[in-house]
Design a protein around this ligand. Structure first.
Ligand code: GTP
Ligand code: MG
Length: 231
């Protein structure tokens, strides 16, 4: 057991929050590894029509169930509100090959106070998943940060896909952030888990949503005044 894990477990200061929408095939594997890091593992399922919530509960997670589907941003927000831990690791529920080492790689820089947010990037996990993650590293679902800061991100709960809102806040606030490599980790892509055409439909909707954040941001939020540009 690493010293950072000991610290997290002993003081109860770290939670893992996993937004999961129809992820019954993979969520339990992610929960089991998360439980190696901390007992405070929260899965948020909002309107999943499969067994995601039951499977996650059986694997040992605390499950927050919302009745209507509200999006990944609302799910993360609900997960953050369901814990009091000052530090959180966010994980997607469709990860394959997750290990405790990945989690300590993510969490350590934040627990040590070196970074306010660590963003995990896949490497050597598979051509497509590595490629997707490297093209858009700022969209990664694997992160560690301070819970209070994440809760303060404007529009976090309103955005179906919250990553652009987080990136915007990283620029706007004086936040120390950095990428860490997560070797041999991958995810099940939408086209695999939803079927090809449904996957394409979901992907198209996701990109439309991500691309229109700027419009919503201009309407609702001030311009950045300082900070550096996440790539
Ligand atoms: N609770 C909840 N979780 C969601 C929702 N939408 C996405 N998620 C979860 O957010 C994580 C990322 O969603 P994915 O659909 O895998 O998106 P992605 O990994 O960015 O997309 P691809 O790489 O294109 O497959 C997964 O754990 C999803 O289950 C939602 O509406 N509610
Ligand atoms: Mg995914």
């Amino acid at each position: 057991m690493t010293s950072s894990r000991m610290r997290a477990v002993q003081s109860g200061n770290l939670a893992v929050v996993i937004p999961a929408f129809n992820e019954q095939d993979t969520v339990s594997g992610v929960v089991r590894v998360a439980l190696e890091l901390t007992p405070d593992v929260v899965v948020v399922s909002d309107g999943s029509s499969d067994q995601t919530a039951a499977v996650a509960r059986l694997a040992g997670a605390r499950v927050v169930e919302l009745h209507c589907n509200a999006g990944k941003g609302a799910a993360i927000h609900a997960g953050l509100e369901a814990t009091a831990a000052p530090y959180v690791v966010l994980l997607d529920a469709d990860l394959v090959g997750l290990t405790l080492e990945h989690l300590t790689t993510l969490a350590q820089p934040v627990l040590r106070g070196e970074l306010d947010m660590a963003i995990g990037i896949f490497s050597e996990g598979g051509f497509m998943t590595d490629f997707g993650n490297r093209m858009t590293p700022h969209l990664s679902g694997q992160r560690a940060t301070r819970r209070e800061w994440l809760l303060s991100v404007p529009r976090l709960a309103q955005e179906r896909w919250p990553e652009p809102a987080i990136t915007y806040a990283l620029k706007n606030d004086n936040v120390r952030w950095g990428y860490v490599e997560l070797a041999k980790l991958s995810q099940v892509m939408k086209e695999e888990k939803r079927g090809f055409w449904r996957g394409v439909k979901h992907r198209t909707r996701m990109y439309l949503d991500l691309l229109t954040f700027r419009r919503r941001r201009k309407r609702d939020l001030p311009d950045p005044t300082h900070g550096h540009e996440p790539s």
